[in-house]
Design a protein around this ligand. Structure first.
Ligand code: HEC
Ligand code: HEC
Length: 269
């Protein structure tokens, strides 16, 4: 207060205060506004690029506003994650109608894919492209081993019926198939779980939290790295082929033991 009253009495006080005030306003404006507006223009630019690519490449099947046609479903509300998955695994743009559109070579850059994804995301709210932290475990040692074990249990409970016990893939009715997951990148596994492509069910965050998906991904990565622990793989095709061998060896073994016991018993008498 002492300073202000002396300042006010001083002749230069008013212009000085004015300059100070202007400086303050200018500084706070430059601190907030330009960054935001440049990020915004970058974003609208990305969306425009995405829309241009979409109109050219995708609209013949999905419609000019993504509303769908007889050749392809509506993309309103499928979200950026679905586009990143479909284009990132080479499924889209589809070439022709098949029983199932398989993963193929990708002919687009990640920037192009993200631009189309950003455009499709503006059509309606849907799952976004996840941050790496959503699908990566940050655990070490025993905790990591436990998380991988949980991932294995989750995979067997939710995924192996279609994808096989270690994710080797499996056949489905009508010429469709659940692909092998050995080559799939982590982000695409996450996106497949969240968007449920084609015959695959969708797992929401309520049903399967991010942590569980990360555990499944860690399990799948471990399963790829895992050396074959000897023995025959039995095709790694899951319960059917493995059950078959369990049947032959298990029941066969019991039959042998039973005959042996019966023989011994008969001799003992
Ligand atoms: C030749 C036609 C065709 C073209 C071209 C095409 N699509 Fe598709 N798209 C389809 C069909 C058919 C499906 C449905 C596949 C299924 O579920 O069996 C589909 C599905 C999708 C899905 C999944 C929707 C969902 O429910 O999650 C996305 C995302 C998608 N397309 C994006 C694109 C993008 C992006 C392009 C352009 C780069 C594109 N598509 C080009 C035919 C096409
Ligand atoms: C009802 C059967 C079924 C179940 C259960 C299922 N999937 Fe799938 N999954 C499929 C089919 C079919 C496809 C192929 C879809 C396509 O080609 O668009 C697929 C595709 C995928 C892909 C894409 C692979 C690629 O790169 O081509 C991933 C990743 C995946 N599934 C992971 C999972 C995980 C993880 C689970 C368990 C949480 C799971 N799936 C449960 C049937 C299933």
């Amino acid at each position: 207060m002492q300073i202000f009253s002396t300042l006010r009495r001083h002749g230069a006080a008013r212009p000085l205060l004015l300059i100070l005030a202007l400086l303050l306003v200018g500084l706070s404006y430059s601190a907030v506004s330009p960054q935001r507006s440049s990020a915004e223009t970058e974003m609208t630019q990305q969306i425009e690029e995405g829309k241009a690519l979409f109109d050219f490449t995708c609209s013949s099947c999905h419609g000019l506003g993504g509303e769908g046609t007889s050749q392809g479903p509506s993309l309103i509300g499928v979200g950026a994650a679905s586009v990143d998955f479909q284009m990132g695994t080479g499924r889209m743009p589809a070439a022709r109608q098949e029983a199932q559109l398989p993963a193929r070579k990708v002919n687009y850059t990640q920037e192009q894919i993200e631009a189309v994804a950003a455009y499709v995301a503006t059509l309606g709210p849907g799952p976004g492209i996840p941050a790496e932290s959503a699908y990566t475990l940050s655990l070490e040692g025993d905790e990591k081993a436990e998380a991988i074990a949980r991932g294995g249990a989750l995979f067997r409970a939710n995924c192996s019926a279609c994808h096989g016990i270690v994710g080797g893939g499996g056949a489905m009715p009508n010429g469709k198939f659940a692909p092998s997951l050995a080559e799939t990148s982590d982000v695409h596994i996450y996106e497949a779980v969240r968007t449920g492509p084609q015959q695959m069910p969708l797992f929401s965050k309520e049903v399967m939290p991010d942590e569980s998906v990360a555990e499944i991904i860690a399990y799948l990565n471990g399963a790829e790295e895992q050396a074959n622990y000897g023995g025959i793989t039995m095709g790694d095709a899951g319960p059917v082929s493995e059950g078959f061998w369990a049947f032959i060896i298990g029941i066969g073994g019991f039959a042998l033991i039973a005959t042996w016991i019966a023989k011994k018993g008969a001799r003992a008498r």
